[in-house]
Design a protein around this ligand. Sequence first.
Ligand code: CNA
Length: 472
Amino acid sequence: MLYTTILFDADETLLDFRAAETAALHEVFRSRGLPTDGEFVDAYRSINNGLWERFNRGEIEKREITDTRFVRLFERFHVPLDGVAFNRFYLDELSRHGVALPGAEALCGSLRDAGCALYIITNGVGFVQKRRFRESGLAPYFAGTFISEEIGAGKPSAVFFDYVLRHIPQQDKRRILVVGDSLSADVAGGSAAGLDTCWYDRTRANTPNGATYTVHDFKQLQKLILGGFDMKDLQTLQTMIDESERIVIFSGAGVSTESGIPDFRGADGLYQKKEKQFDYPPETMLSHTFFKHHPEIFFDYYRTKMIYPDAKPNASHTAAAALERKGKLSAVVTQNIDGLYQQAGVRRVLELHGSTLHNTCTRCGKKSGLDAILSTDGVPRCVCGGIIKPDVVLYEESLDADVIEQAVEAIAGADCLIVAGTSLTVYPAAGFVRYFRGGRFVLINRDETPMDSQADLILRDNVGKVFESLKI
Ligand code: CNA
């Protein structure tokens, strides 16, 4: 479990605010002989929502919402009542309606039982939110409640989040997750405070957003928080790394997905997508025979799907560089062709499948860089007229014998083997793992692999996240 502290927004995340608001409005309007539905209630909602949005953008003070929403409504409909006093009446009624969303109590119970500390972070009126929260039955699962009115600032302001962070025991920001339904208040505020965020997109709006994660239901949220690696496993890995002197990292496409390069077989991998613009499966297009017979289609696919000149290394690559600087890494043995380890500063990278950064003329053998592919259209040609071929190992081609020898030697001599982001299904590369004889065989992968049963330690999570959490 990576996140041990969860900061939950209240309304529309755990509490059914819409139901509470509807019931309270109905009650207060009815008791004063005002309409309880139709245009009158719609107008209230639109005034109120507009004010909240302006508050979330920092344009108005919280007081302006509560002091003016009924005043504006009554002005519009010529109701001779005091809107400020009516607001107090309404809030008192609202505080009696605390209804948890279906499944919220089970979620909070499972998170608390797993050892998570839960907190409420809510924009709202102190006594109303507290009472509604008590009414909802969720209060016993929570270690604390932070309400904007009591702090003197609300989400998304830095003042609010700084206050919360100063008042919770967890001081490692990487272990804290903000969960909420509002992109402007919860996601924007949490991200600005340097926290990971989870947008609860209950209505499946699927809006582009800056959240670390998006979930649509509590099941997904529970899996996200509890399904990742355990802190105990992270500590075991940390100890293994601390005690090792000849670490080898054996990696695959999964270490680069967090840099925006899709893998082949993962959930969002190239093999899962229907390639509308291409008539052949990726394995066929990336074969030697296909390159020879259909070079135009090969280069079309290669340029569109295999080259990512703007990709930047992520924590998996920079951690390898840090281990090497400390003298603890013998080599990175990778199936990747993206050059991201070198970009992160790793010096000993054994590229089993070559690299997209290097190319060779099939006629005169002249070497060229990525530019030879990027600055041309169609089939790239050398000055001699020959076809320029990327130095990547295509299906049906053999691996470089010298690279194989070095890789096998590094793996056989390692005291810790970290296999990361690979399905371990592409041979002969995957078979090299079997040369490891040490006692620390670690697998970091989102999906299961055929060698899970042989691993001493498995962390089933995002590999970048795991490396980011280690102290190297
Ligand atoms: P693969 O078969 O696509 O498997 C990738 C594995 O990584 C899957 O099991 C995923 O579940 C897992 N995974 C994906 N993202 C993450 C993540 N963030 N954290 C943890 N696990 C994750 O890829 P392999 O490397 O095993 O297969 C070898 C092929 C893929 C080689 O020939 C490569 O050249 C080729 N490839 C390389 C790149 C690249 O260079 N970045 C990209 C795509 C494919």
